[in-house]
Design a protein around this ligand. Structure first.
Ligand code: N01
Length: 514
């Protein structure tokens, strides 16, 4: 965004809470952290030289490698000189008299700007669980999303991990290899497919670099903004025989990655079809985990595949065959409190030296809620979103002129390859600002009726899918008191882009420009 807006000749200031660039990949330094979108596809497309000069070393990049990439991009485009690091924005207030935003920071700075872009991330405010006694634990408490920069050595330690989402599923196998004893507290079992990570092959990288343009175009045609893995079968899952269906899942399992969910086009719609994939994954868990009771506990049975974010792993289920690892099912024995010595459930105490909270995020809205954002008539964004977030195209909110959201609620965001969605929003916002300047307009604002229509459309698209069935951060269900709405746009990357392009071509239909 900074690079693009500079290119338009604007004066730009960026405020960043971290000490460096990287966002997600700056904060999430837990052991085993890596992206589950393939590295060649999880990269910027806006500069051909950048595409050609950077080399990824593995199929799925590690957190340190992605952070190096972010630093490289910052240096290459000389971004740092306009970024104030270690600075949190505390408020942003729209001045109706002059049509500008007044932004204040925790460093006491006040900045006035015509446009304000909230590039605050979808998963950037951690969820610290409200468990009695947590603050009284005698040992260190680590949160996966706020991991210490110097790393943590668990050698010889007894460690308790609370949570079994993506962050836990990546970190548990690594912690288990180091710790003396690891106890995992699982509330909801998850569907997990193998990552099948591997070193980047020279031939694959060369093929990609020689064909970037074409491959990027194909990425944009994919529902998730990623290339299809294998040959998708374009028939409904229940229209084929059991053997053919099983063979399709087996192929997806062998290829590895999130593509398993795309084995048939209707797995996110047809609950019977979805259940066949669920049973396939359960079969894999039972075949991997030696202790039958532990295997059953690890088998998800209360939500369809994909309704909570599917995870990919490297040796997660195998970890439960280790002698130093214990799984505790919280449905049978809920956590009652944390004592100074460890975790206490309804059945027993689990003493430990260190506690790891892999308990996720206040997703999509949590970070914006922490900033006092005030629009027209003194209305705050927090109040506007009290019953759930509303935003036209996930880009702008009625009553908040010239305030743009990058991957905001109501856009594909977390249901897509984030880099693809971020770039699309950045391009759209830059194009919009350019158009405003060309016509000498002062403000652009979402029309409340268009915003309402978009909200209704989003809900209508989500309704027939399995997504709303899971108690997930997608719906706000992981945060007590948070309104339940499905916060991302399910229409897919290609459909959403088409709509945004049509809005632009229709002279910013659904927006008022003054
Ligand atoms: O968080 P989560 P995450 N007591 O919310 C449990 C992306 N990501 O950080 O399911 C006990 O998924 C909670 O239980 P339940 C990705 O989009 C990507 O792992 O609510 N348990 C759950 O098991 C992902 O989806 C990558 O019943 C409690 C866990 O904590 C998103 O970030 C890697 C609890 C939280 O799981 C978030 O993932 C990592 C409590 N009080 C993350 N509170 C890659 O690209 C919560 N839990 C690879």
């Amino acid at each position: 965004m900074l690079h693009k807006l500079r290119g338009l000749g604007l004066i730009v200031r960026v405020f960043e809470a971290g000490h460096d660039v990287g966002g997600t990949w700056y904060w999430n330094r837990y052991p085993g952290a890596r992206c589950d979108v393939e590295s060649m596809e999880y990269s910027f497309s806006f500069d051909e030289d950048l595409e050609q000069e950077w080399s990824w070393t593995e199929r799925y990049a590690t957190q340190p490698e992605i952070l190096s990439y972010a630093r490289h991009v910052a240096d290459r485009f000389d971004l740092r000189r306009d970024i104030s690091f270690s600075t949190r924005v505390t408020s942003a207030t729209f001045g109706e008299a002059n049509g500008t935003w007044l932004v204040t920071t925790d460093k006491g700075e006040e900045v006035r700007a015509q446009y304000c872009v909230m590039a605050t991330g979808c998963l950037s405010t951690v969820n610290r669980p409200d468990i009695p006694g947590l603050d009284g634990f005698a040992g260190p408490v680590y949160q996966t999303g706020l991991w210490p920069h110097e790393g943590v050595d668990f050698t010889g330690k007894a460690v308790c991990v609370i949570g079994t989402g993506s962050s836990a599923i990546q970190s548990i196998p690594v912690i288990a290899r180091q710790a003396a004893q690891l106890t995992v507290f699982q509330r909801t079992a998850n569907y997990v497919a193998p990552a099948r990570n591997q070193p980047m092959s020279e031939a694959y990288e060369e093929h990609f670099k020689a064909n970037y343009k074409d491959l990027r175009r194909k990425q944009l045609q994919g529902y998730f903004g990623a290339l299809p893995s294998g040959e998708p079968r374009m028939v409904p899952s229940m229209s084929v025989g059991d053997d053919e269906r099983e063979a399709a899942y087996e192929e997806g399992w062998e290829r590895g990655g999130l593509g398993l969910l795309g084995s048939f086009p209707d797995l996110l719609f047809d609950r019977d079809g979805n259940e066949t994939l669920a049973e396939f994954v359960r079969g894999k868990i039972r075949a991997t985990v030696k202790n039958p009771a532990t295997a059953e506990l690890l088998c998800p049975d209360d939500h369809p595949v994909g309704s909570k974010r599917m995870c990919i792993d490297t040796g997660y289920f195998e970890t439960f065959n280790r002698d130093n690892v214990t799984l505790v099912g919280l449905k049978a024995e809920p956590i009652e409190r944390i004592s100074s010595e460890g975790v206490v459930t309804a059945k027993q105490a689990y003493p430990c030296d260190a506690l790891v909270l892999a308990t996720g995020f206040d997703a999509m809205t949590g970070t914006l809620a922490k900033i006092a954002i005030t629009g027209r008539g003194g209305r705050t964004l927090k109040d506007e979103w009290a019953d759930g977030p509303v935003a036209y195209l996930g880009l702008m909110v009625a009553g908040f002129p010239n305030l743009f959201l990058v991957t905001g609620p109501g856009s594909p965001s977390v249901l897509s390859n984030m880099l693809v969605s971020i770039e699309q929003h950045v391009d759209w916002i830059a194009g919009c600002i350019e158009a405003l300047r060309e016509r000498g307009a002062g403000v652009i604002e979402a029309d409340p009726a268009a915003q309402e229509d978009w909200l209704e459309h989003g809900a209508a698209v989500a309704a027939p899918t399995v997504y709303p069935d899971g108690k997930s951060w997608y719906t706000g269900a992981n945060i007590a008191g948070k309104p339940r709405t499905f916060m991302a746009y399910i229409g897919g990357v290609p459909g959403y882009r088409k709509i945004c392009d049509a809005v632009t071509a229709g002279d910013y239909a659904g927006f008022a420009i003054d």
